[in-house]
Design a protein around this ligand. Sequence first.
Ligand code: AMP
Length: 226
Amino acid sequence: MIIVLVGAPGAGKGTHGKRIAAKRHLPHVSSGDLLREAVGSGTPLGRQAERYMKAGVLVPDKIMLLWVEKLLDMPEYEAGIVLDGFPRTVPQAEGLDEILAKRDLGVDRALFFDIEEAAAVRRLAKRVSCTNCGLVYNLDAKPPETPGECDRCGGTLDVRADDREATVHARFVEFRGSTKPMIEYYRSQGKLIRIDTTGSIAEVGKRVTAAIDLLDGLEPPESAAG
Ligand code: AMP
């Protein structure tokens, strides 16, 4: 089964995506996490992606499509995948369909985590990560034991550079311009499930569970879970 997770920054794709993947026994792959790792270790992909990520704009489609093609060739993703943050544009969605079609596969469902910009800005200001090991905390839901210090390695905690308000705004502009049309692409194929992300993690979690249950019968998803 191939599930793609779509949503603006701060919508909760990562948090809920991992739960969906665990429930469906599928690997969870976040394009943003893999790109950050690539930047951190200075791989050719990381060197190409770094300046776009710092500016809060999308890495070009061509680079992302080469990345996903290589990824999907790996044996661990043969049985399926939860793709978090990819695709993000219509050309990426079309490119993904072509890559999958060569393997007699297709996207089964696109889960759209819907959030308003003001709510995302408030949420992302609470998300801090360790500047040393990258572990992510939420100052409300999962605070560190000692404020400002990583429980795992003692490193300093800080808001991610691209989670600061000005860059979040730039990422929203990208989302509206490039990703919203892709949502229509999946809606027109009858593959979209919209998740309302207002409320607590537990409340959203219940809606996500309802959406995952819809996957079992792979019924037409128009009765959105939110
Ligand atoms: P995320 O953690 O998913 O918000 O991604 C962080 C940054 O990585 C984005 O602001 C983009 O610069 C880049 N990125 C992640 N996924 C993609 C993608 N599918 N296409 C282009 N850029 C991406």
